[in-house]
Ligand binder design. Structure first.
Ligand code: CTP
Length: 157
């Protein structure tokens, strides 16, 4: 029985997340995922859209994931690997070399990330205002100004 362990925030669960979980699961027989708690995200200067409970529910319902648990700090990985008897520790290559110190207790692998998608990018795209929305907004402001002018004229009379 080969156990694989990985970590992440997994906010706004997307296809990059699915693909890395699928490839990590294929390396063994069981995939365990440590999910950043909301408090840990705050330490990292991040705020997720979905709460820990929601992210944990979403990730654990992925067919490639066998178990999830909260990650509260940077230091717990070594103890988690021993607790879950993980044979492989895997992360996306954005973390290349960062966890090599764990290679004395398990195999450490870094997998290619899926290109052109990330939670940060999704948040950025959703926060952009489209030309159509801008037009609608201008139209609404214009209508409001007209209504206010009518009210002002009637009160000045
Ligand atoms: N990941 C990936 N391909 C992507 C995005 C993420 O393989 N396009 C991997 C990361 O390398 C990591 C795991 O998915 O091993 C969880 O990453 P996470 O940081 O939660 O996702 P991101 O979309 O990278 O989030 P952010 O933009 O907030 O960093």
């Amino acid at each position: 029985m080969k156990t694989v362990i990985t970590y992440g925030t997994f906010d706004l669960f997307h296809v990059g997340h699915v693909r890395i979980l699928k490839r990590l699961r294929a390396l063994g027989d069981r995939l365990i995922v440590g999910i950043s708690s909301d408090e840990f995200n705050a330490i990292k200067g991040k705020k997720s859209f979905f709460s820990y409970a929601e992210r944990a529910e979403i990730v654990s319902s992925c067919q490639y994931v066998d178990e999830v648990f909260p990650e509260h700090n940077w230091e717990q990985k070594r103890a988690d690997i021993l607790k879950y008897q993980a044979d492989i520790f895997g992360m996306g290559h954005d973390w290349q070399g960062k966890f090599d110190d764990l290679s004395d207790i398990c195999q450490v692998v870094y997998l290619e990330r899926t290109e052109d998608i990330s939670t940060t990018e999704i948040k950025r795209s959703l926060s952009l205002i489209t030309p159509e929305q801008l037009h609608e907004l201008e139209h609404s402001v214009h209508s409001m100004v007209e209504v206010m002018n009518v009210i002002l004229k009637s009160t000045n009379r």
